[in-house]
Design a protein around this ligand. Structure first.
Ligand SMILES: Nc1ncnc2c1ncn2[C@@H]1O[C@H](COP(=O)(O)OP(=O)(O)OP(=O)(O)O)[C@@H](O)[C@H]1O
Ligand SMILES: [Mg+2]
Length: 588
């Protein structure tokens, strides 16, 4: 992912609040409850003041001790009543915040995923497998912590701070101003340390995501890891990532600790100074006994709240690193949704003077001034050496990438005038390496036409020569295929992919023939299935088998991004060119 432009914690907090506000009905009452409980927590010093203040004054003026006791009892009872009220409100407040926070997070997860799957293919081609999902999940967990813990904390302490300040200003504005003298130190410290904390948090998140990626890559390629006995190699790779994470975290911890130590010193230093100064005021009669007690009690609360702000701000700084990336992701331009959505393709297809380079590798010209035309129902084979650009032709047809110049034409119309959805929904692809999803066989075939009935699915499986083997499995169509279809053989996976394509009933068929040889029986079954699939549809086949090429209406021979020869098998053999060479060296 590209490095996003830094945004302030304020803008990131506002953005998170936007998500919380989607749950207005829960969030606003919870916020009100939070204000109430925070305000009520100021009752504690208030009642303490009453308890201490009244008796001392009363005793001094020689009032009956019994009366003082009775008054104390009343004050304590009132305090207990307030605490009980606070507890009840807190019960609803805590629940409300969790509901609002988790719902906001789900909304965010939903937005992210919905946006992510609509991003252009070029975005995914540049991602390392696993890096993206790890990144997003670690960023989301940071946002979660902030939404559920830090935001309520920040609100509560703001209320206590403001309320407490009002009380201490009433008690003694002079002492209050001295106490507030520590605020510039806190602000200064935040300015100095905040940026560093944010930078380190970002590095730590990166390092952790990196470690997560190692796990994901290793698990995905576990067969290769074991076959090459590379367990310790992968172990070391993981260890190194973890080591990097620790180093960065330790460095960040140092800054965070220095930050806090400084704040604590500044804050408590100020409080000590205030106490000292207050004592002098008391001695000089500049402040009453009651007001001094009042001031000390409330300033403890004010000080404690003030003391939590550096932590809160550090956390918000960290989170703003994470939200920046999430927002950047949400701001990326998705695939176009323009063009004719209703078009029904007849099935003719062509490239017109098309040139293409992958955006990620702009110095390599992959396709150069490519032109060809396929009529409806025709069968065309694409052959040529590895890296010639055959698969790239498919990805341009599917609109995964856009041409640099020239056009892909469907029924004589440039593809840019048709909606991507409309194009793709009328094309089916049977890829070289069939990847199935972890569900059942039925679900995997249904993927070609979501909502298809079991009869339709079985009919497609029959035509794909897959019904028999599926029925012979103990769970039949409900058999779970294992992660990425690993519980099935290569030929079986291919026939499922063919069944899926038959069910999709496309006008145009793209087939990337498997390079790995199947045994002759599987090959016969697969070929039969393919024949049924290709019948009556425009088919483009990247061919690796002579049998496929022979039956093609036209063969396009690719070399270095150009079509160097085209014609039927017999015509091309007679030309003594690249095709003949490919056939003689058994490359097709
Ligand atoms: N995502 C990508 N980003 C950058 N370059 C790519 C990408 N995919 C393919 N290429 C490059 O484009 C060229 C054509 O690749 P392509 O996959 O189309 O070849 P191919 O003819 O299908 O080869 P094969 O027969 O081995 O499958 C190659 O040089 C390849 O390195
Ligand atoms: Mg290829």
């Amino acid at each position: 992912m590209p490095e996003p432009k830094p945004k302030s914690p304020i803008s990131s907090t506002r953005w998170m609040l936007g998500y919380l506000m989607r749950e207005k009905a829960i969030f606003i009452p919870s916020l009100a409850a939070l204000f109430l409980t925070a305000a009520l927590s100021l009752a504690f010093p208030w009642f303490l003041k009453e308890l201490i203040g009244n008796p001392t004054d009363a005793l001094k003026s020689g009032v009956d001790p019994q009366e003082v006791l009775a008054k104390s009892n009343r004050v304590v009872l009132e305090l207990v009543a307030v605490l009980a009220l606070q507890a009840i409100v807190a019960f609803f407040r805590v629940q409300g915040f969790i509901r609002a926070g988790e719902s906001a997070l789900n909304a965010l997860r939903h937005d992210l995923f919905a946006h992510l799957i609509r991003l252009p293919m070029s975005f995914f081609q540049e991602q390392r497998s696993g890096a993206l999902s790890n990144r997003v999940s670690s960023d989301l967990s940071l946002v979660r912590e902030t939404l559920l813990t830090t935001v309520p904390q920040a609100v509560r302490h703001s209320v206590i701070l403001v309320g407490g300040l009002v009380f201490i200003f009433i008690a003694s504005w002079k002492l209050s101003l001295i106490l507030l003298g520590s605020v510039p130190f806190v602000v200064l410290a935040i300015a100095i340390f905040g940026k560093k904390v944010r930078k380190h948090s970002k590095e730590a998140q990166d390092a952790l995501a990196e470690a997560g990626t190692v796990i994901e890559e290793t698990v995905q390629g576990i067969a290769d890891v074991k076959a090459f006995t590379n367990e310790s190699f992968e172990g070391n790779r993981y260890e190194r990532s973890l080591g990097r994470f620790l180093t960065v975290t330790f460095r960040g911890a140092k800054i965070r600790a220095a930050f806090l130590a400084f704040i604590i010193f500044a804050l408590f230093g100020t409080i000590a100074f205030v106490a000292w100064f207050g004592a002098r005021m008391l001695a000089n009669g500049e402040i009453s006994n009651t007001n001094f007690i009042w001031f000390i009690l409330f300033s403890i609360f004010v000080g404690a709240s003030l003391g939590t702000f550096p932590e809160i701000i550090t956390q918000l700084q960290q989170t703003s690193g994470a939200t920046e990336r999430l927002r950047e992701l949400l701001n990326m331009t998705p695939e176009r949704t323009t063009g004719d959505k209703e078009v029904k393709l007849v099935g003719s297809l062509g490239f017109e003077n098309l040139s293409f380079r992958y955006p990620s590798r702009p110095d390599v010209q992959v396709l150069t001034d490519l032109s060809f035309a396929v009529s409806p129902g025709q069968r065309v084979a694409l052959v040529g050496p590895s890296g010639a650009g055959k698969s790239t032709v498919f990805s341009l047809i599917l609109g995964f990438n856009s041409p640099e110049s020239g056009d892909v034409m469907f029924d004589g119309r440039p593809s840019s005038t048709l909606a991507l959805q409309a194009i793709r929904s009328q094309i089916a692809i049977v890829p070289q390496e069939v990847l199935l999803f972890g569900g059942s066989i039925r679900e995997n075939i249904e993927y070609g036409k979501p909502g298809a009935t079991l009869e339709e699915i079985q009919q497609a499986a029959r035509e794909a020569n897959a019904h028999q083997f599926i029925e012979s499995l103990p769970d039949g169509y409900e058999t779970i295929v294992g992660p990425r279809g690993t519980k099935l053989s290569g030929g079986q996976r291919q026939r499922l992919a063919i069944a899926r394509a038959i069910l999709a009933d496309p006008r145009i068929l793209l087939l990337d023939e498997a390079t790995s040889a199947l045994d002759s029986e599987s090959e016969r079954l697969v070929n039969e299935a393919l024949e049924k699939l290709m019948a009556g549809r425009t088919s483009l086949v990247i061919a690796h088998r002579l049998s496929t090429v022979r039956h093609a209406d036209t063969i396009l021979v690719f070399n270095q991004g150009r079509i160097v020869e085209s014609g039927t098998h017999d015509e091309l053999l007679g030309q003594n060119g690249t095709y003949r060479f490919l056939v003689e060296t058994q490359l097709v």
